[in-house]
Write a protein that binds this ligand. Structure first.
Ligand SMILES: *Cc1c(COP(=O)(O)O)cnc(C)c1O
Length: 453
């Protein structure tokens, strides 16, 4: 009997290219617009924030983009990452479903984020940039960029969302260990931060505010650029290394997924796993349902409007066409900090509008219950973000139990939760409250959408 648990690829199977799904879509996603003129922004408008190589990757329609050897060399520290068959979870659930998870918690930061942090640091260093600024929500992205900057000799300055800064001192220490400087956001170091503090001195912060602060600082310093850990096309491009490996690993397992499930904050781990399978689907080689899972308290795909909006709270970024709750929406300080973003990646939003993916929203108590259940059978404590994907995976497996179908479910376990244990502590103590987001709150949040496009 085959009782394989881990499907492992050798380093010789490390992908040589990233996969660009735009090449295979019937239409490209709508372009970013200049906030003043509402015309598509040219490369020169993005140049103060990003190096040319990344701006080119942002707009390319080339199907495969080569991964530089220096980046593949760093990837070898933890890639290819393992694909697991969750045999113990299947048994615990008594389900006929086959559950697989692609595990990104083996990276130095403990999540998928280094997959893009490393190339971003590499391209910036190659173009002579000496410092990167960024935001971090859960602390995963900040840790990943701090790690990548340490490898390529860049300074790294990070604005960590206040709620996370207070809840996760160990994330800050990790970023500092890699050599980064960390500020709580909103901070009094930027105009955007000071404006928020003046009206909301106790603001828990948000990814949108922290992005404003990091963008403002990078734009003011000619030697500095800004790095974003999700949302943009080039970030999703880098993350497709996950799905390309998983396609090969599912082949090793001799199965094709019927359902692919991932959590979505800005959409990068989900797109990274799903897009290479979408390519297989479009080529007629398999036919998986692809499903995004977002938090009920920040439901950009399921409740947001598909409209042009700012990527940040202060309105400093170009306008992006995306599912958004409004750039000044400040989500509840839920524990899945990585999912507290008002918008969804334009590429994921576009693919959703094309009807190629589905989306559901989950309350955090169901998600933590799934995380605990997973930990008690598979032995990995998941980060709070992928517990959303696990909650839907378990629900799908239970539907299989009811229907008797032996579906093949593939999910993204995009990070471990070893630095998120205080949130598990609160869940186990019965202290986590689910706040249902009212229709009025959603409508009010979307009143300030910039009219465009
Ligand atoms: C950042 C992060 C997320 C959310 O970002 P995506 O771009 O949607 O992947 C989810 N999970 C983990 C572990 C993260 O670090």
């Amino acid at each position: 009997m085959d009782n394989t648990v881990k499907y492992l690829l050798g380093e010789d199977r490390l992908p040589t290219h990233w996969y660009n799904v735009i090449a295979d879509l019937p239409s490209p996603p709508p372009p970013p617009l200049h906030p003043g003129t509402h015309e598509p922004v040219g490369p020169e408008a993005l140049a103060p924030l990003f190096p040319m190589a990344l701006i080119e990757q942002e707009v390319t329609s080339q199907r495969y983009v080569p991964i530089p050897e220096a980046v593949r060399d760093v990837y070898r520290l933890w890639r290819p990452s393992p694909l697991y068959r969750a045999r113990r979870l299947e048994k615990a659930l008594g389900t006929p479903a086959h559950i697989y998870y692609k595990y990104e918690g083996v990276s130095p930061a403990g999540s998928h984020k280094p997959n893009t942090a490393v190339p971003q640091a590499y391209y910036n260093a190659a173009e002579g940039v000496t410092k990167l600024t960024t935001e971090t929500g859960a602390g995963q992205w900040g840790s990943a960029l701090a790690f990548a900057c340490s490898l390529f000799g860049l300074e790294c300055e990070i604005w960590q969302v206040r709620a996370s800064y207070d809840q996760k001192p160990y994330r800050r220490m990790m970023m500092e260990t890699f050599g980064a400087t960390v500020h709580p956001s909103p901070s009094d170091l930027t105009d955007s931060g000071r404006a928020i503090l003046a009206s909301h001195p106790d603001s828990p912060g948000s990814l949108g505010i922290a992005i404003s602060e990091a963008v403002e600082m990078a734009a003011a310093d000619p030697a500095a650029r800004y790095a974003l850990g999700s949302v943009l096309n080039h970030v999703l491009l880098h993350q497709t290394i996950i799905g390309q490996e998983a396609v090969a690993q599912m082949e090793m397992a001799g199965e094709a997924p019927d359902v692919i499930i991932g959590c979505t904050g800005g959409g990068s781990n989900f797109g990274g796993l799903a897009f290479p399978f979408l390519a297989e689907k479009l080529a007629g080689r398999m036919d998986p349902v692809i499903r995004a899972v977002e938090p009920a308290s920040c439901p950009s795909l399921t409740k947001g409007r598909y409209a042009y909006d700012f990527g940040d709270t202060a309105g400093l970024t170009p306008l992006l066409k995306m599912h958004t709750l409004g750039h000044d929406f400040i989500p509840d300080p839920i524990h899945a900090g990585g999912l507290r973003y008002h918008g969804m990646s334009p590429l994921i939003s576009h693919v959703y509008e094309l009807g190629m993916i589905e989306a559901v929203a989950k309350a955090q108590s169901e998600c933590f219950a799934a995380g605990v259940r997973f930990a008690r059978s598979e032995g990995i404590v998941p980060a709070p973000e992928p517990t959303h994907a696990l909650a839907e995976t378990i629900a799908e497996a239970q539907r299989c139990t009811d229907s008797g179908e032996a579906k093949v479910i593939l999910t993204a376990l995009c990070g471990h939760g070893q630095l998120d244990l205080p949130s598990y502590g609160r869940y186990l103590a019965g202290d986590l409250v689910d706040h249902e987001l009212s229709e009025e709150a959603v409508a009010a949040a979307m009143e300030n959408l910039p009219v465009a496009g």
